[in-house]
Ligand binder design. Structure first.
Ligand code: TYD
Ligand code: MG
Length: 478
């Protein structure tokens, strides 16, 4: 047991870890409200295991071992980790309760158990019995997998030393604690000390360690900044509650790109990887009124996503706008541009937009499809069949190009789409793509004409053009 050098009562912000001698309503560091908790802060309680007593060496003299990176038999996870698990690193995986963190890590622990020797799965939340039940469901016998239900990190590390495993999982970091740190488990001081301690162990033994982190209401890992600085890799596991698809995103990776996304599906026998995910967010149907398809980039990988919209006459003074899976302010911008620059009279329309499959789309490249789906529902006219659309919409109604246009178009062509609406400015840098017709457009209005079967509206059986050739010029009042 290390000697406690110094201990004092102080107040610690649970968001960012800032200490203060007195309680404060708002943290001056991270501006969070009501996050100070009284804590007995003890200094240097963690055992300092010397990482390596070696003198400094020339970079050119350092040799890499092939065992430094262990590829897993789970490609989607390899992709996110940048090729495999790196020895002696500590990775943090966060996500909402019930998303499948424990399931994923139990599966991973079992996979590695064969490859790197024994693996240890430490649970501080569930009982051995519960984990055994889950393992049975996953079809894991666990010949080389040790299970431990324990919350005291000293005991855990002691046992890890005994087993000397090739991989360890701590589920979760908020529920384990060190007895010589007086703060309660979950308190930022405790979480930080425990992570540091685990990291020292991982580095000393050259073993990869995974820790599970709970997320706060806003979706960050509790004690977010403090933890993210310490660990080597930060992963977020996310997905909509009603959908079986899960995305594993990388927020920090010291050994690879943070651009990668892994796609999994929660099946009844655990998580299965989805290796060819571009189609899963498309909905199968014949009639395509109010629906447009966009190739978005999730990291470095194109996904085809269907955007659905409904525009109906509002019976209230203030028409409603609802955005599901797309950014609300972006939607308001698109509606404003549709009204002012393309001449659609949307002022009395309730507009609801939904990204299919529970995906959250953040990139502005989806603007054009959102606009197209709204126009399609408004005109009660389908989007041309076999058409995808991508492009950012500017305030004056112009279309702007997006990154990685070629890869998006190729993916659409691969899945059998016939037309692709793109911003004209993207045409210059675009090499020819076979099997798909490119429809370049300069303005949103032009895109609506090219993308919809009929850009006018049927009223009482008669066709009434609503997109006028020249939208009315309004006097600027200044
Ligand atoms: P879990 O891994 O316990 O989530 P977390 O650790 O992130 O809180 O996942 C639990 C959910 O996953 C639960 O709602 C049931 C579901 N599930 C399946 O659908 N199939 C399975 O094979 C397993 C093990 C769980
Ligand atoms: Mg869990």
């Amino acid at each position: 047991m290390a000697k406690i050098e110094k201990s004092k009562i102080s107040y610690v912000c649970q968001q960012c870890g800032k200490e203060s001698p007195k309680w404060q309503g708002r943290c001056p560091e991270c501006q969070a409200w009501n996050t100070y908790v009284e804590t007995t802060v003890t200094r240097s309680t963690a055992k300092r295991i010397p990482v390596r007593g070696a003198p400094a060496r020339k970079l050119s003299r350092i040799e890499l071992k092939s065992t430094d990176r262990t590829p897993l038999p789970l490609n989607e996870l390899n992709r996110v980790l940048g090729g495999g698990l790196v020895s002696g690193t500590i990775s943090l995986i966060g996500g909402e309760p019930g998303i499948g963190k424990s399931t994923l890590l139990l599966q991973v622990a079992d996979m590695i158990a064969g490859v790197r020797g024994n693996a240890v799965y430490v649970t501080a939340e569930e009982t051995e019995h519960q984990i055994k039940l889950r393992a049975q469901r996953l079809g894991i016998t666990g010949e080389n997998l040790y299970l431990m239900a324990e919350t005291d990190l000293d005991v855990i590390i002691n046992e890890l030393d005994n087993i000397n495993p090739g991989f360890a999982v701590i589920d979760s970091i908020q529920t384990v604690g060190l007895s010589d740190v007086s703060a309660a488990p979950g308190n930022i001081t405790q979480v930080r000390e425990c992570t540091l301690r685990l990291m020292q162990w991982a580095k000393a033994k050259d073993v990869p360690v995974f820790i599970v982190g709970h997320v706060t209401k806003s979706g960050d890992i509790a004690g977010p900044r403090a933890l993210e600085h310490i660990v080597d890799v930060v992963l977020y596991f996310e997905g909509a509650a009603f959908s079986a698809y899960r995305l594993l995103r990388c927020a920090k990776n010291r050994f690879g790109s943070t651009n990668e996304v892994g796609v999994f599906e929660m099946a009844d026998k655990g998580l299965v990887q989805v290796e060819n995910p571009s189609q899963i967010f498309l909905v199968e149907h014949e009639e395509n009124i109010g629906s447009a398809i966009v190739p978005v980039m999730e990291g470095n990988r194109p996904l085809l996503v269907e955007i659905q919209s409904l525009a109906t006459t509002s019976y209230f003074g203030m028409p409603r706008r609802v955005a599901n899976g797309v950014d609300f302010n972006r939607l308001l911008l698109i509606i404003a541009v549709l009204t002012k620059r393309a001449g659609l009279r949307l002022g009395n329309q309730d507009i609801l937009v939904n990204a299919a499959g529970g995906l959250k789309i953040e990139e502005p490249g989806a603007d054009l499809s959102i606009a197209l789906s709204i126009a399609s529902s408004f005109f009660d006219s389908g989007v041309k069949s076999g058409l995808v659309a991508v492009g950012e919409i500017g305030l004056s109604g112009e279309l702007r190009s997006v990154t990685q246009l070629e890869r998006r178009i190729k993916e659409a062509a691969r899945l059998g789409f016939k037309y692709c609406l793109i911003p004209r400015s993207g045409l210059k840098a675009l090499p020819p793509v076979r099997g798909i017709e490119i429809l370049p457009c300069s303005t949103l209005k032009e895109a609506i004409f090219k993308g919809l079967i009929r850009a006018r509206r049927l009223t009482r059986g008669e066709e009434q053009p609503l997109v006028e050739e020249e939208p009315p010029v309004e006097e600027e009042s200044g």
